[in-house]
Structure formats: C-alpha cells, structure tokens
Write a protein that binds this ligand. Structure first.
Ligand SMILES: NC(=O)c1ccc[n+]([C@@H]2O[C@H](COP(=O)([O-])OP(=O)(O)OC[C@H]3O[C@@H](n4cnc5c(N)ncnc54)[C@H](O)[C@@H]3O)[C@@H](O)[C@H]2O)c1
Length: 429
C-alpha cells in the first residue's frame, strides 16, 4: 500500500505500516482540494482528539488472570459528543480504532447527526471466553473507559462481536459507578433498558434503502437483481433478507466459516436459521461451497461487503464484476482498489453513507432516552428511510456537481460540516 509520508504522524503508530489509519489519511487528502478556505483546519481531521489505551484484567473461570488491551478513541467532537461502536476482535489495533473513530466523525456529519466520531475495542477473540468471562471483561473495560464516556460526552454502541447484551452490561457498569441509572450512555440496548425498536435491523435496512436509491440512479431493477454478500451477521444478514423480500436473488454469501453459492438464489430465511444454529454460512445445504477468492469475481448487480475492512484491495478489485458495491462494513475498500473500481465503472456507495442507518437509529434511541418518550417501530423505520434517502440524494448531488465519486462527495459534505463547526467555535483558549 502506498503510504503517506508527508503527514505528521504520531510517534505511537508504525510509520511503515499505518494500517487502516493510512487509508483514512489518503481519503482526507482526496477531499482537501474541495474544502476551499476551510482547508486551513484540515490537520484537525488528521489526528484523533483523544486516544485512551487501557489494560483490562479479568479472572478466568479456571482461576488464572488474563489481560486484554482495550481502546477508546474520540476522533472529533466539534459537532457534538463522540459516538461509535465497540468491537471485540483478536486483530483490533489502535490504528484500526483510530480509523473507525474517524469514519464515525465523517459518517455522522455526512448524514447530519449532531455527533462527533469515536470508536472502541478490545483485542480479544470473544469466542474463546465463557459468558461470565465476557461479562467481567466488558464491565472492567467500561469502568476503565468510564472517565471519558457519558451520555453527553461519548456514547458507545455495538459493533463486530458485541450486541444488546454487551450494551446492557456497559450501561449497568457505568450507572453503578455514577450512582444513577444512565440509559443514554450507550445505544443498541435491549428494549427493556430503553433500547429503540428497529435498532437491531437499522444498519442493514439503511444499506438496503441506499442500495435501492443507487439502483434507481443506475437504471437497475431491484426485483430480480443478483446480490452477493460478505458477512452474514447483523448488517449482512439483515440486508440480505430485505433484498430477498424485495424479490432480489442473493446468489452468494461469505463469512469466516466459508462461502456458499447458488446461481438460482439462496433461500435467505433458511440460511439465516442455519447461521443462528451453526454460527456461520459454511456447510449450508442450500448451495454449493465456493472458493473464497472466486466470491469477489461473481457477476452480480449488487456486491455488499458487510464483514471487516480492507476486503476489496488491489489484489481483487480488477476482478469485481458487480455493477454496484454498497459498503455495509466500515472501510472494506482500500483507496487503490477504489480507483480501480471507479475506472471500471463500478458504482460504489461508500460506508460513511451506506451503513449510517445504525448510528441514525442510535441517535433516535438517545433522543428517546433523554425525553423518556418512545416511538413506534413504524415511525422509526419511516424516519430512518427518509433520512437515508435524503442523505444519499445530497451526496449524489455533490458527486454530480464536482464529478467525483460518491465517497469523495460524502467526504466533501462531511468534512465541510466538521470544519465549519471547528471554525466558528474557534480554538480554545
Ligand atoms: N452493527 C452495526 O450497527 C454496524 C453499523 C455500521 C457499520 N457496521 C460494520 O458492519 C460490519 C459488520 O458488522 P456486524 O455488526 O454485522 O457484525 P457481526 O459480528 O454481526 O457480523 C460480522 C460478520 O463478518 C463475518 N466475518 C468475520 N471475519 C470474516 C472474514 N475474515 N471473512 C469473511 N467474513 C468474516 C462474520 O462471520 C459475520 O458474519 C463491520 O465492519 C461493522 O463495523 C456495523
């Protein structure tokens, strides 16, 4: 990957391998020429406001003590409190959490939510922990980052390998430490704790909504269209189901357990129950196993990467035969791969727009918690769909005006909003 030696890099990152943070810096460079006089403030975007690294020690069920590395990064809070998920994964690094926090700043500004960007994570394979070990780790991590989170400071939410139960433990731990029930400290909570209807499905629903908008722009009929999905978890599974219910054919699915393919269309409902019973798509009898690299080369109308970052790279981008890529995951396409896709006429709806449905309903949840007044699922889905459609239209408009990709357009909209806020606030002191 070509790195960015011209940037002033923090001493705590490896300049030879910046990881996802290097990708983010390149994206900022691409948008800078469009920022006009606001580019004076652009360095603000190239460093996180605050990064916290914590040691998370717990007693394992067998009596030994294990230590895990935890992070919480607040990239930018010019427009409002930090907001972003918490990821439990063995490959989590500071660079990754920094990039994910920065993408949250951009995402929240792109869809005009009154938040900054933050992200957290623990470097752990949660599948190797028992439920009680997982609870102890989550609680200790929450307590350690408790100094910087809070309903009006920074509001975590679920991400890879975390869910409503994780959020319930986080909310309880924070509340116990504060001595007051604080439902607004996290979103993506169980409904019984002030969670919002529609939150679980919100990201996948948002992916589907913007995919339909993109299809209309590209004269593609969703009914009958082919769809290929990487990641069959919360985001990929929900998006696949909504495509299936709209008459599209999900012809392939890939996750950490394997790849399944069926040219006539997979039975998505059966595949979802197979995943909930076995933990993955591998071994599903309703399709044939497919080589993991061939997955990217399938001819399809929609390709939905909804697993991890850096999946579409220089190694496979030229082989992508999708008409539209809708990024459910954060950072699934590297900047070099982005250029190849653009040259080949593949229309990419970027993560910062496509997967903003989750944080949008998180915002609704936070508003409902503050006002202690809860909306119906129908109201939430309607508001979500309207907001996603409007955000897509605004970004598509900027993309046509400047003749740039949707990603650069989304960054133009978002970075302009963030830096305008920075400029009018001025520098303290
Ligand atoms: N959950 C949300 O609300 C939300 C919101 C915005 C963005 N995202 C992003 O969407 C992506 C998926 O999140 P999720 O909440 O669905 O997580 P999840 O844990 O529910 O699902 C993750 C999926 O990725 C698959 N996966 C993991 N490693 C893989 C690998 N090496 N190859 C192929 N597949 C692999 C898993 O098998 C699983 O199907 C992440 O990038 C996340 O940051 C999630």
């Amino acid at each position: 990957m070509s790195q960015t030696p011209t940037h002033a890099l923090p001493s705590y990152l490896n300049a030879e391998d910046l990881g996802p943070w290097g990708n983010y810096l390149q994206q900022v460079d691409r948008v800078t020429p469009y920022l006009g006089s606001l580019s004076r403030w652009v360095e603000t975007l190239k460093r996180p406001k605050r990064s916290l690294i914590v040691d998370v020690p717990i007693e394992l069920d067998n009596g030994t003590i294990a230590h895990f590395e935890g992070y919480r990064v607040q990239h930018n809070v010019s427009r409002g409190p930090g907001k972003g998920g918490v990821r439990f994964h063995q490959d989590v690094t500071l660079s990754e959490v920094m990039a994910l926090a920065a993408w949250m700043s951009v995402k929240n500004a792109a869809v005009n939510l009154p938040y900054g960007g933050a992200k957290g994570g623990i470097r752990v394979d949660p599948r190797k922990l028992s439920a009680s070990e997982l609870e102890r780790m989550t609680r200790r991590y929450t307590s350690e980052i408790g100094v910087i989170i809070g309903p009006s400071k920074d509001i975590p939410a679920p991400d890879v390998n975390t869910n409503a139960q994780t959020m319930a433990w986080m909310m309880d731990t924070y509340s116990m430490n504060e001595g007051a029930t604080a439902t607004g400290v996290v979103t993506g909570k169980p409904i019984a704790l002030g969670g919002s209807l529609g939150r679980v499905e919100a990201t996948g629903r948002g992916v589907f909504v913007v995919a339909c908008e993109a299809a209309r722009d590209r004269n593609i009929d969703v009914a009958g269209a082919r769809v290929v999905v990487q990641g069959f978890g919360n985001v990929g599974g929900t998006a696949a189901r909504l495509f299936h219910e709209a008459g599209a054919k999900v012809i392939a699915a890939q996750d950490h357990t394997g790849t399944v393919h069926n040219a006539a269309g997979l039975d998505v409902h059966k595949l979802l129950s197979h995943v909930s019973q076995t933990g993955g798509v591998g071994g599903f009898s309703g399709g044939q196993a497919l080589d993991k690299n061939e997955f990217w080369t399938l001819e399809t109308e929609f390709l939905i990467p909804a697993a991890l970052e850096s999946q579409i790279t220089v190694d496979n981008a030229a082989k992508v035969r999708a008409k539209i890529v809708v990024e459910g995951a954060n950072g699934p396409t590297t900047p070099e791969a982005d250029d190849i896709l653009a040259e080949n006429g593949v229309y990419v709806v970027p993560d910062v727009l496509a997967n903003a449905g989750g944080v949008t309903v998180s915002y609704f949840e936070w508003v409902q918690d503050f006002s202690s007044f809860f909306w119906s699922e129908e109201e939430i889905n309607q508001r979500l769909e309207r907001l996603m459609r409007e955000a897509y239209a605004a970004v598509a408009q900027v993309s046509r005006e400047h003749k740039v990709t949707l990603r650069t357009a989304a960054f133009i909209v978002a970075c302009t909003r963030i830096l305008q806020a920075r400029q009018v606030r001025g520098l303290y002191p």
